[in-house]
Structure formats: C-alpha cells, structure tokens
Ligand binder design. Structure first.
Ligand code: FCB
Length: 451
C-alpha cells in the first residue's frame, strides 16, 4: 500500500449548479430563466427532460447536506440562481429566493461544510435575455448589482465567492454555436460577449472588495488539454492559436490586463469597444484571490484545411482509448500539464480545481452502484494534483463534478456525473461506490493506493 498525503487544510469538495439540481422552477416567486424557456422548447434537450424538478434539491437540501456531512466532504460549490433573487433581473427583490440560499448556507455551516457559491452558472432571468442579454453592456452591471446584494446578505458567513462559471461556454455554445440559450450563431455580433462577461466579473470583484476586505473572490474558467496533433510546425502553431481563442481569452484580460493578440486585432471587436476599452480593462484585471479550474479532457489540434479557419480541433483516436459516457477522452496528464502551464503563464496563482469528474452509464444492482470507472478517473486525476503540488503549483482544493447526478444541460437527465445516484422517479439518493471511496480521501486527506 502506498499513501499519498495532501497539504494540511486541502479542501475536498463536490460541485453542482442551481439549474442542474434545484427544480422548483416556478415556486416561491422565482422568475423565469433562459434555461426554463429553452428546455421547454421541443427538441432542444436530447432526452426531452427539463430542469423543472431535476434533483428537487430546493426541497431536499437538508437531506442532501446531511449526506455530504456523513460522507465527510469538506466543501460544497453550488450556484445561486439570479432569477430566484431578482425575478426580472433587476428592480424588485424576491425575499423568499434569498431565504433559500440563507438557509442553505446556514445548513452547510452547521455541518462544517465550507460554502463555495458561484454567482453566475448560466441561468439568467429570461427578461434579461430578451432585452439583449450578453450582447448588452448593461447586463454586466445588472449581474453585478444582483451579486452585490447577495454578497452583502451572505458575506458575513461566506468567505469564498466565484463570480462566473466558464464564461467561454456562454460565449461559444450560447452565442456562436447555437447550442445553449439564446442559441445564436452570431459570429460578429457575439464578439462583445466575452468582454461583457469579463466586465461583469471585474465589477463583482470590485463590489465584493468594497463590502469586505476579508472576502476571497475568484472566477472559474473552463480548460482543456490543448495539444498539437503532430509534431509539425503548423500543428504546433495551430494549437497555440486555439489557446488564444479559448482559455487565454478569459485568462489574459484578468491576469495580464490585455486580450490575446489575435482576438484583440479583430476589427469589429475594436470598433465596438473603442469607447470603453481602457476603462473596462482596468476593472477586468482587478486582482483576484484564486482561480477556479474546470478540467475534463483534452483535444488535439491540426492546421486548418479550409480558408479563414485558424485551427482544427480533433479528438484523439488510438487503440485502447478510454472515453467517458460524454465521449470525452480520459487524459489525466492533461490536468498536470495545464496546471504547470498556468503556473508559468500566470504567475502561480492560488488554484482550486472547481470541477473534474466523469459520466458513466451507472446501473443500480441490488441497491448499489459499482462505478469502478469513475473511481479510476478521479484517482488518476488526484494523482496529477499531487504531482503538480510537488512541482510548486499553488493548489488548495478539489471539487468533484458532481455531488449527485443532475440535469446535464442539452443532454438532460441521461448523463450521470454524480458520486451519488439519483433515482429521478422517487428522488431517492444512493451513494455510489465512488462516493464512499471519495469519502475516505476527504476524511483522511490521503489517497491510499493498493498495489
Ligand atoms: C461543465 C459545467 C457543469 C457541468 C460539467 C459536466 O462545463 O460547468 O455545469 O455540466 O461541465
């Protein structure tokens, strides 16, 4: 047996988000969200489900937190639903919505679980989307008004705050590839979307600082391992370009106070933002306390074979490749490489892995779920954390996506990422084998490898 010890105070947690677990979509004064409207449209969600009920966590949060406590998970990353608090995105506040999160936080604290709320995990009031959503600069200010109210209310009890979850997904999937609401494919119009998202992030950081100097505030970005498909010079260049258009787009403005070269050169981008650029970039690059890293898989990049395209992402294919139920390649080394890259490129920030995990086709047999593959996936990634810490990465915690099975966006309820299985018809929770296994790590702060 080999034991791998983690630094004292390393935070072992799990993650979820509001639309994916809460349900209660039209209760207690909550406003309609972009995802409520989208998931109700025919054909948008692959299995025809919605988040109307999801895990019914809104009504079951106490029992869910009790389970977390029993399992010894130390921290919980959840998100706050903007339309639950401001049904129209602005104006009248819905006290009952705020009460839900007050109670949730109290319940977590009473159970010694560290709350890690995200202020924006993709669900926005539908009225804001209708008024132009992320195309409009005003949305950045509205999101930060809502966030300020939440931080003012909970900031005496909650220290760690995440402004946005994966803004790149909001840009690419919602505005460029037409997959998430508002499901647009607007190449030019969407160029301002990253900027407005980043602006809202910066504004929230500023507001939080004004509320209390004790708060720790960061952002969660999505990352993938990005590797050249071959050793060809052109593939290497293509991979570097892809980094500019993906994660550097949401990292450089915050950490370096500028956009990556290729993006900043875009004529339309410059034209639209000319007036505000200097003043905004100062807000965006406001110092943060930590970076949230979400990592699942990697992609290979080839040189483009069509004009105007700068790079071509492809999936790895080789004998013995392991893919999860999302079709994502299991590539733990990518997490290590990424952490080392971030350390070098962004001056060794404090990092939490705010999401990592895998979907598999779990089955309940005799009341149990034996999910060996998920244990392997998580174990292999945790080994990379250890390696990265030993190489000087400033890593403070790890959150498995997800605490329980939930509504996986356009995949609906069909993809299961949880450490806890949810039987949707009865809403029964069944801890998977991985859930018990992770519990040992969280409780002992050690990974034990059987040889
Ligand atoms: C991430 C999202 C999270 C979840 C996982 C599987 O991109 O942040 O909500 O859907 O993927």
């Amino acid at each position: 047996m080999k034991e791998i010890k983690f630094p004292e105070g390393f935070l072992w947690g799990t993650a979820t988000s509001s639309y994916q677990i809460e349900g209660a979509w039209n209760e207690d004064g909550k406003g309609l969200s972009n995802w409520d409207v989208f998931s109700h449209k025919k054909g948008k969600i692959k299995d025809g489900t919605t988040g109307d009920i999801a895990c019914d966590h809104y009504h079951r949060y106490k029992e869910d937190i009790k389970l977390m406590k029993e399992l010894g998970y130390k921290a919980y990353r959840f998100s706050i639903s903007w339309p639950r608090i401001f049904p129209d995105g602005k104006g009248k506040l819905n006290e009952k919505g705020l009460d839900f999160y007050k109670n949730l936080v109290d319940e977590l604290l009473n159970n010694d679980i560290v709350p890690f709320p995200t202020l924006y995990h993709w669900d926005m009031p539908y009225s804001i989307e209708k008024q132009g959503g992320w195309y409009k600069r005003e949305t950045a200010f509205l999101l930060s008004d809502y966030a300020e109210k939440v931080i003012m209310t909970l900031g005496d009890r909650v220290t760690n705050w995440i402004t946005l979850n994966e803004p790149i997904v909001v840009y690419l999937l919602a505005h460029l590839f037409g997959q998430h609401p508002p499901a647009h494919k607007k190449f030019i119009r969407s160029l301002v979307v990253p900027h407005h998202l980043l602006l809202s992030h910066g504004l929230i950081v500023q507001r939080a600082r004004a509320i209390s100097s004790k708060l720790k505030i960061g952002i969660t970005n999505a990352f993938m391992g990005i590797y050249p498909g071959t050793n060809d010079e052109e593939d290497i260049i293509a991979a570097d370009k892809m980094k500019n258009y993906t994660y550097r787009l949401f990292m450089d403005p915050i950490f370096k106070g500028k956009y990556p070269e290729n993006f900043a050169k875009n004529f339309f981008f410059k034209l639209k933002l000319k007036k505000f650029y200097e003043e905004d970039i100062k807000i965006i690059s406001e110092k943060i306390d930590f970076l949230g890293v979400n990592y699942y898989t990697r992609l290979l990049v080839r040189k483009p074979s069509i004009p105007f395209i700068k790079f071509m992402p492809i999936k790895a294919k080789y004998p013995g490749i392991r893919n999860t139920d999302m079709g994502w390649e299991v590539y733990p080394e990518g997490l290590y490489d990424l952490l080392i890259d971030i350390k070098k490129e962004y001056n060794n920030p404090i990092i939490y892995i705010t999401e990592n995990g895998a979907a598999y086709k779990d089955k309940v047999v005799n009341g149990e779920v034996d999910d060996k593959e998920r244990i392997e996936y998580i174990k292999e990634h945790i080994l990379m954390l250890d390696k990265a810490i030993k190489d000087g990465v400033n890593l403070k915690g790890y959150f498995v996506w997800s605490f329980m099975d939930n509504f996986e966006w356009t995949e609906g309820l069909s993809k299961r990422f949880g450490l806890v299985y949810v039987d949707y018809p009865t809403q029964k929770r069944i801890v998977k084998r991985s859930g018990y296994w992770y519990s040992e790590i969280a409780k002992s702060n050690k990974l034990i490898l059987e040889e």
